[in-house]
Design a protein around this ligand. Structure first.
Ligand SMILES: Cc1ncc(C[n+]2csc(CCOP(=O)(O)OP(=O)(O)O)c2C)c(N)n1
Ligand SMILES: [Mg+2]
Length: 591
């Protein structure tokens, strides 16, 4: 039997489980694991500048391709606690990442050892498993179990904490015969699918709410096939956005309080039946449940048994992986179609399409300082359907969801539930590492960008080029807008006179200089007509220098973005589009 350190065994298992990349930074307590990484030599390591960033890089890496699992590594103590936000973000959005931490030696865990913190206890509620391995011989089993858990059922993160002496201890282990454990995914039965389809048949104005579970299950093609077979409009959630292209005739728009389309909300409110697949009924999608549920029948398909009935009791629930359910939905719908049993939905579909064409928000403004809507219009022109967008939180992200277009799964990569400021730069770097050929365009408000701006150096050091659009209003814009309800504008200003950059006119941080200082390229734009040339120049710079390129757009300080507390009370702050020139990059154009 081959003998090796437990750390060597762990790295060999990472390899056998298909891991090719890791994001992290070493410290004394994790050095044995780094020694094993070094002697293995087959895992590319990206050195983050902040450990929280390593966890977000891992998440971006997971999200970009089906089957990917991002690995983040840190030492004991503060490295683990820094990654807690990454574990929260990943668990909230059902994204598997494996977090590996170093730890004090076993015998010293309770002896006030330097940087010994019970990280497994801290991480427990945010992970599918969080464990400090006390017996070296358990290391292979713990890693096998970790991969089994991350891939089974509702995906999510795992933390493995390795005491220093456990990493160094020699164990018997044969990597050659190591085998990943089988993955468990519950699957709908045909009887359950037939029952759901019979309910759908009885509806007059049905919609499918398509959640991120469909993307996690790599089942977007089946969703499109099913929607087309039954001719039912689809409302993707923010996590499901991209599972059918925005220009698909059955894409009815997103519904919700913020990241939603006017036509998506109107169609949901007109509907009498909702089939939710792989979705959570998160409150930013539903708003108040009374409005959301009124007069509608609900079927809910979810991989996690306890998710059914958690937010509200559906009329019928099915516990199933989205792919397994959609395979049967397609099969059953095909049979019904051949037997001429599918209802004609043409009139309802046309009504939904008409709303998509007419209920538009205006994007075309020529104002200086630039109105944010114009930035998204220019992004729609500059970046094609293969673009992978990365964003996190803020008015910037909300407006992006309202105005940008997504055409493919995994092309809208967003921390949907946790929304941790600072996620965007590291997540974009993880996306670039996971798909080096992708066109990656990240979007941040000025504050989100400043949170982890140091990670730009990682993109420069490791040759991970992408374009980062920074919309600068010198404000915590979303919080400024939400403080209107308190009649205040308190602690949300980011504006100051930068003594080194008077040309910024009070917009504070000189993002161009900071980005350049970190080894990246950067362009600043003040006028609408300069946005498109800046994007073209950014593409050239990215190709030439292979580093992140920042395009900073100086916005008007105060622009309120459409949002509300109920699906039927979303407040519009700008005049709506009346002619096609008002929203020239909308999918379906007004006359
Ligand atoms: C860690 C963390 N702290 C606080 C918040 C609350 N928050 C959400 S958006 C936001 C302001 C974002 O400002 P900016 O990135 O400039 O975007 P803008 O809204 O101005 O477009 C804040 C403070 C958060 N999401 N995450
Ligand atoms: Mg801002």
């Amino acid at each position: 039997m081959p003998r090796m350190t437990a750390a060597d065994a762990a790295v060999a298992i990472l390899d056998r489980e298909g891991i090719t990349h890791a994001f992290g930074l070493p410290g004394a307590a994790i050095n044995p694991f780094y020694a094993a990484l070094r002697s293995h030599g087959g895992i590319t390591h990206v050195l983050a500048r902040h450990v929280e960033a390593a966890s977000h890089m891992a998440e971006g890496y997971t999200r970009v391709r089906a089957g990917n699992i991002g690995v983040c590594i840190g030492t004991s103590g503060p490295a683990g606690t820094d990654m807690i936000t990454g574990l929260y973000s990943a668990s909230a959005d059902s994204i598997p990442i494996l977090c590996i931490t170093g730890q004090a030696p076993v015998a010293r865990l309770h002896k006030e050892d330097f940087q010994a913190v019970d990280i497994a206890a801290v991480a427990a509620p945010l992970t599918k498993m969080a464990t400090t391995v006390l017996e070296p011989a358990q290391v292979p089993g713990v890693f096998a179990q970790a991969f089994h858990l991350m891939r089974s059922g509702r995906p999510g993160p795992v933390l493995i904490d390795l005491p220093f002496d456990v990493q160094l201890a020699e164990i018997d282990f044969d990597p050659g015969t190591y085998e990943p454990l089988p993955v468990y995914k519950p699957a709908a039965t045909r009887a359950q699918i037939d029952k759901a389809l019979a309910m759908l048949d009885r509806a007059e104005r049905p919609v499918i709410v398509a959640g991120g579970g469909i993307i996690n299950a790599d089942a977007a093609d089946l969703l499109v096939a099913f929607a087309e077979l039954v001719n039912v409009p689809v409302i993707p959630t923010l996590m499901g956005w991209g599972c059918l292209p925005d220009n698909h005739p059955l894409m009815a728009g997103m519904a919700g309080l913020q990241t939603a389309h006017r036509y998506g909300n109107a169609t949901l409110l007109e509907s009498d039946f909702v089939l939710g697949i792989g979705n959570r009924w998160a409150n930013r999608h539903t708003g108040g449940l009374e409005t959301y549920r009124k007069g509608r029948t609900f079927v809910h398909v979810d991989i996690q048994p306890t998710q059914i009935g958690r937010v509200f009791p559906p009329d019928y629930g099915i516990i199933s992986d989205a792919r397994a359910a959609l395979e049967l939905f397609v099969q059953a719908a095909e049979e019904r179609g051949r037997a001429g049993q599918l209802p004609d939905r043409d009139i309802w579909v046309k009504e939904c399409q008409e709303r998509k064409r007419t209920m538009l928000r205006r994007t075309h403004f020529d104002d200086v300082p630039i109105k944010p809507q114009r930035v998204y219009e220019e992004m729609n022109r500059a970046f094609g359907p293969e673009t992978r967008y990365v964003s996190t939180i803020g008015l910037s992200q909300i407006a992006a969801a309202q105005f940008l277009h997504t055409y493919r799964p995994r092309h809208w990569i967003n921390a949907g539930q946790a929304g941790p400021l600072g996620w965007t730069v590291p997540a974009a770097i993880g996306v670039c590492a996971g798909d080096p050929d992708a066109t990656v365009v990240a979007l941040s408000g000025d504050y989100d960008f400043q949170f982890m701006i140091e990670e730009l150096a990682v993109g420069a050091q490791f040759g991970l080029p992408y374009i980062h659009v920074v919309v600068n209003n010198a404000y915590l814009g979303l919080i400024r807008q939400s403080q209107r309800g308190f009649d205040m504008d308190y602690c949300v200003q980011l504006s100051f006179d930068n003594v080194n950059a008077p040309e910024l006119g009070g917009y504070g941080v000189d993002h161009v200089k900071v980005a350049e200082g970190l080894g990246c390229k950067a362009i600043r734009v003040f006028k609408p007509a300069d946005i498109a040339p800046a994007f073209e120049r950014a593409k050239e710079l990215m190709a030439e220098f292979r580093v992140p390129v920042v395009v900073e757009v100086i916005l008007e300080r105060v622009t309120n973005i459409s949002m509300g507390t109920e699906l039927d009370n979303v407040v519009e702050f700008e005049e709506l589009a009346a002619r096609k020139e008002d929203a020239p990059t909308a999918i379906a154009l007004l006359d």
